[in-house]
Structures are given as structure tokens and as C-alpha cells.
Design a protein around this ligand. Structure first.
Ligand SMILES: NC(=O)c1ccc[n+]([C@@H]2O[C@H](COP(=O)([O-])OP(=O)(O)OC[C@H]3O[C@@H](n4cnc5c(N)ncnc54)[C@H](OP(=O)(O)O)[C@@H]3O)[C@@H](O)[C@H]2O)c1
Length: 370
């Protein structure tokens, strides 16, 4: 049965919402949601929960527990896969179900696959409808990390900066500042939960002693935490043990350092005592970990995206090297006017591609592609 345009638009929204149940758990795969509809009613739904687990379409058929009626439709947030990966192709599952009508919200961005799933089903005589361009864009945005990986072959590097109204990151450089309020902070937790990894420079570890966990109402999640510390200053005996080296998630912290850091005996020994994994990089001309090593290190660690929480110097290096793909820019109405206030490395006038805007209490978020 063909669905009306009003109901299909609501069903696409619902399929995208169902896909979000896999938020942060599906890497390196995309989030996908599927609905089976009979007589205009959703009778089952499924989502892709984790890499290696069944795909959304298969979950939806499993949840139904019977053969769909001949006039049933399936609504999917992403075109069905058409090749054997860790699981068989979803085009087969749809063909085997007997369903004749398929609604697809977005195309697979992998140039090798784009449109194939739809083509295969059409060739077998199924009626396949692709969403309007606005819905396709929304479906694509949900999987911006996966899409970037598919289109560029590189991990997505996102910068997050929280700025005062006059463009400062802290009211005093080297000290923690409360830039944004609770709604914006809760929003940041959501993104920490999405990305498989998070990073900061040694300056932020020394000044803020951050946890870098996603503290959500129901649970705390810890992405892989990377600290960029050229000379292991965060392990100096004069510095108290930082939380991300000693908390319950310490096994997920890795420190990128240079041969200079590895020669600092006391610091190196402390890192070893704490059991923190060190990754040796080359040294850039400024005596630091080269920002350019990020994409290859992330790929070696199997991480397809990183949420880089600053601070100013690391963000500046990422921008200078053209490594930043995406920006989360939170703006507070506060002003930091002190003489030692830390300036944001991002120009106020910078334009983001496909920018999204969100009011979060008294704060404002703009996020989009650089
Ligand atoms: N508002 C915000 O969004 C936000 C976010 C984070 C932090 N902050 C604030 O920012 C301040 C800290 O800023 P920061 O700029 O000192 O911290 P940072 O960017 O976190 O750390 C900078 C340090 O990282 C190390 N590093 C290693 N390789 C680097 C590379 N390629 N490029 C840049 N840095 C590299 C350098 O120290 P070594 O050479 O010794 O390794 C450098 O001094 C604090 O006041 C903090 O509260 C604000």
C-alpha cells in the first residue's frame, strides 16, 4: 500500500528517531532505524545497535515475529546495504520478507554503494521511494561522522569551543572558567557520548583537570581520551595525579608524546606507574607533538571521529594545519574582560557550511562544517 505524503514524512522522522537509539554505539557503522508499516500503522521497529550486530531492517523483521502482510511497507532511515559485510545484505532480508514497498530517507554516502541498494530492489520489481532532499539532508546529518569517513577516507576531527560574548575561552588563561550554563553543558555531554574519542592539550589537563566523560542522566560513558602532551608535563611530580589518569576509566586514556617527553625520567616513570598508555610521535619544529599526526593515529586506533575540546593552543594548531572538519561553537552572553582573558583561536566571522543553530538556555550553539 502506498503511504500518503503526510504520513511518510512523519514516518521518516520516526525512522530517524529510532536510528538515534544507536547513538554513539554503532561506530564505524552508521545509525539506522527501520519501521514496518501495515495499514498505515507502525507494527514493528528496529535499529542498528552496534557494529557486528544485526542491521535495523533485520531487527524490525525479528521484532515483528511473522511474515509482513503483502501490502506492508518498510521505512528506513538509510538505504539498505547490498553487500556482505559482518552480516548479510539487508536487500536480501527485504526481498525474502515479501514486502513490495520501500521508503528510504537517505542514500549511503559510500561512492561504491550509493544507490545500489535501491537499484537492486527496483530491479526485482519493488516500489522504492527516496525521500525529498530536505529529509535526505536530515538523515545524512545524523551520520555526519560516518559520512565524512566514507567520503574522505579520514576520521572526522571536530573542535568544540565555548566562548564568552567577547570571544574569550577563559577569564584567565591557565585557569578553569565557567563559560556556559547547564543546558549547554548537557548538550556537550550528548556529543561526548556520540564521538568515539575526545582530546585536549596538556594545558587544559593542567588547568582544568577535566574528566572528559559523558555524564548523562542514566549513565556515564567514557570515550577514548587522548591527551597531547609533548614533554609529559601532566605527569610532573609537582602536579597532583590528574583525574583522567586515575579514575575508573583510566584504561581509556592515552597520551601522545614526543621522544623529548619519553626522556623525562621522573614523568615517564609516573605515567608507567599509573599504567597510562603512551603513544610516541615525531616532534614538530616547535618541539611539540605534530597536529598532523592525528588522522593516522586515530585510524591506527580504529577511531573514526574525535571531539577535540581545546584548549586554545591545540585548537589553533588543528586550524593552522587544516585538520578541523567540524566546529561546535557555544556562545555565552558573559563577557570576560580581564587582562589575562584567553582569546579564542577562531575568527568571529568564520562561516560554517550547513550550520545548525540551537538556543540552550542563555547560551547559543552554532555547529557545522569548516
Ligand atoms: N572555553 C573552552 O572551550 C575551553 C576548552 C578547553 C580549555 N579551555 C581553557 O583553556 C586554557 C588552556 O589553554 P591552552 O591553550 O593552554 O591549552 P591546550 O590547548 O589544552 O594545551 C596546550 C598545550 O598542549 C601541548 N601541545 C602539544 N602538541 C601541541 C600542538 N601540536 N599544538 C598545540 N598544543 C600542543 C603544548 O604543551 P606541551 O608542548 O608542553 O605539550 C601546549 O602548551 C585553560 O584556561 C582552560 O580552562 C577553554
Amino acid at each position: 500500500m502506498s503511504l500518503s505524503q503526510t504520513s511518510i514524512s512523519a514516518l521518516f522522522d520516526r525512522a530517524i528517531a529510532v536510528a538515534k537509539k544507536g547513538w554513539g554505539n554503532t561506530h564505524p557503522n552508521p545509525m539506522v532505524g527501520a519501521l514496518i508499516v501495515e495499514n498505515g500503522e507502525v507494527i514493528s521497529e528496529g535499529f542498528h545497535s552496534a557494529s557486528g550486530q544485526a542491521h535495523a531492517e533485520v531487527e524490525a523483521f525479528k521484532a515483528l515475529g511473522r511474515t509482513p502482510s503483502t501490502d506492508a511497507s518498510i521505512v528506513i532511515s538509510l538505504e539498505p546495504c547490498s553487500t556482505h559485510g559482518k552480516t548479510p545484505p539487508c536487500t536480501n532480508a527485504i526481498l525474502n520478507s515479501g514486502i513490495q514497498s520501500v521508503y528510504v530517507a537517505g542514500l549511503d554516502p559510500n561512492p561504491k554503494h550509493a544507490g545500489n541498494g535501491i537499484e537492486i530492489l527496483r530491479e526485482k520489481g519493488l516500489d522504492v521511494e527516496l525521500a525529498d532532499s530536505e529529509t535526505q539532508q536530515r538523515a545524512a546529518r545524523l551520520n555526519f561522522i560516518f559520512n565524512h569517513n566514507m567520503q574522505t577516507g579520514r576520521p572526522l576531527i571536530a573542535l568544540k569551543l565555548a566562548e564568552s560574548a567577547n570571544g574569550k575561552l577563559a577569564d584567565e588563561s591557565g585557569r578553569p572558567s565557567r563559560v556556559t550554563e547547564s543546558e549547554a553543558r548537557a548538550d556537550m555531554m550528548k556529543w561526548r557520548r556520540l564521538f568515539p574519542s575526545i582530546c585536549v592539550g596538556s594545558g587544559t589537563v593542567l588547568s582544568d583537570n577535566p574528566e572528559l566523560t559523558a555524564r548523562l542522566p542514566d549513565a556515564t560513558f567514557c570515550p577514548t581520551r587522548l591527551v597531547v602532551d609533548s614533554d609529559l608535563s601532566t605527569f610532573d611530580p609537582k602536579v597532583s595525579d590528574r583525574t583522567l589518569y586515575t579514575d575508573e576509566f583510566a584504561g581509556r586514556t592515552r597520551v601522545l608524546t614526543t621522544p623529548i617527553g619519553l626522556k623525562k625520567n621522573a614523568r615517564f616513570s609516573r605515567a608507567k606507574q599509573l599504567g597510562i598508555s603512551l603513544i610516541e610521535t615525531e616532534v614538530c619544529p616547535r618541539g611539540r607533538v605534530p597536529a598532523l599526526c592525528f588522522p593516522s593515529i586515530l585510524s591506527e586506533l580504529g577511531l573514526n571521529g574525535i571531539y577535540c575540546e581545546g584548549g586554545a593552543k591545540l585548537a589553533e594548531s588543528m586550524m593552522e594545519e587544516g585538520l578541523a572538519d567540524y566546529l561546535f561553537r557555544y556562545r555565552s552572553p558573559k563577557e570576560f574582560l580581564g587582562p589575562r582573558a584567553l582569546a579564542s583561536p577562531i575568527a568571529k566571522s568564520i562561516r560554517l557550511r550547513d550550520a545548525l543553530e540551537l538556543e540552550l538556555g542563555s547560551d547559543h550553539l552554532t555547529h557545522g562544517f569548516l
